[in-house]
Design a protein around this ligand. Sequence first.
Ligand code: AMP
Length: 541
Amino acid sequence: MGQMMNQPMLISSIIQHADRHFGRKEIVSRRVEGDIHRYTYRDCHKRARQMANALGNLGVAMGDRVATLAWNGYRHLELYYAISGSGAVIHTINPRLHPEQIAYIANHAEDTYVFFDLTFLHLVETLAAQCRSVKGYIAMTERSNMPAVSTIPNLMCYEDLIEASSDRYEWPTFDENSASTLCYTSGTTGNPKGVLYSHRSTILHAYASSMPDALNMSGREVVLPVVPMFHVNAWGFPYSAPLTGAKLVLPGPALDGGSLYELIEQEGVTFSAGVPTVWLGLLEHAGRGKLTFSSFRRIVIGGAACPPAMMKTYRQQYGVELVHTWGMTEMSPLGTVCTLQSHHLVLPQDEQQAILEKQGHVVYGVDMKIVDDAGSELPWDGTIRGNLYVRGPWVAKSYFKAENGEVLQDGWFPTGDVATIDPEGYMQITDRSKDVIKSGGEWIGSIELENVALAHPAVRLAACIGVFHPKWDERPLLVIVKKPGADVSKDELINSYKGRVASWWTPDDVVFVDSLPVGATGKILKNEIRNQLRDYKLPTT
Ligand code: AMP
């Protein structure tokens, strides 16, 4: 056996490290109240220790689930460390889920306490009677903002708990495989499923995601995670920023283009991360005001495919590089990132761009393969599509309290995505398997069709779905939201596919709508669109 120290990898060690080495680095938060709060990693560590003592006084024990309903802010960050660091499990609830789903997951998780931002006061009032295991609720605010009357049982004030607690606290040592965090999938079909991360998986993910060809996190960056702390741990930013000493800027509830722009400029943000719809909002704001960015260089984009047209606009007009990533709740979330290798740098710009539009290469630690429906591995030739499977130390092997339901197939996690992988290992998602359009027995990739539509200057949002066809089973239908004041005809859009995709991939028809349904994590809900258009008939049928 090797003779090195067997020191467990625990989440508390990250905030201790940040305190000792980057103690004066700032954490800046836009609060629910609208004002800006700023303090340091050292302050955060101190208050996390106070909160850890408060949790102990409330009787929270090792392994207990403690829920949060909160935006990205400093108190939420303190809870990330106080709860997990003391051995309990932070259960980050997505407040955008349907209230019935929230009650379902709070009961399924057997949450003992719920911490919430005041934004969610009425939601908590509605839910409290249904949450059977919850012993108390803590409003994440100071005394002066506490509601005068409320129906919430055992309602406490966050700042009162902090004030009453000592900052003398020794972070406990325990098995690194202990559960640290619980996050439920968005559950667009059926009930949400709980993914239970461990201290070990979280730390390994934080290390790996910081690497230069991953998120390239460092002490020279000022990072703004727009991706919510209630959705897959804000892609690990609350861990990787203090691990590397990056200044952390937390946007609170204000995720519109104007508020983000203001924060980016005021705080000198260098890079940010979030889903495509957020970056569309920022782009529109910058375009309207003819604005430029002074410090902003990079956006890590994922959660849904990044439209190539948006990538080009950000680079050419604003000098901001969009880095395409792919992952999922079950993967903590990082799976792949798209960055170039040294030998790509001599390629013409359009060939580099074609690579950068893919979802990218795996981050070391994750292994992937594509398989056919019988489970046989398919070649990496960049054209053959297959079901994407992954494995790795930060990939889930089962769901919370569903340990007997076999999730893995021969030790691999089936992602539910359909992808190609090229000979250099660059993966490209063509579809969710349930969104694949099957025409005459052949697959048509809806993402590629959407990207062509999104390249038209009049198109704001695009979704491509399969609709019934008597001869071909399914044909692609394009559903479009136009930009305000812009116009484009059906024929013009359909003609724009000429020479861009195989002719039989060209959508059969276009439907113009005012908006597209968006789910709890900011993604366009195709099953909802299919539902809305279930009576739609193609012109030829
Ligand atoms: P979630 O667990 O809610 O984060 O959703 C994960 C799913 O989002 C993946 O399985 C993909 O279907 C989709 N997804 C994430 N990133 C991308 C991306 N860059 N391109 C296309 N789809 C993506």
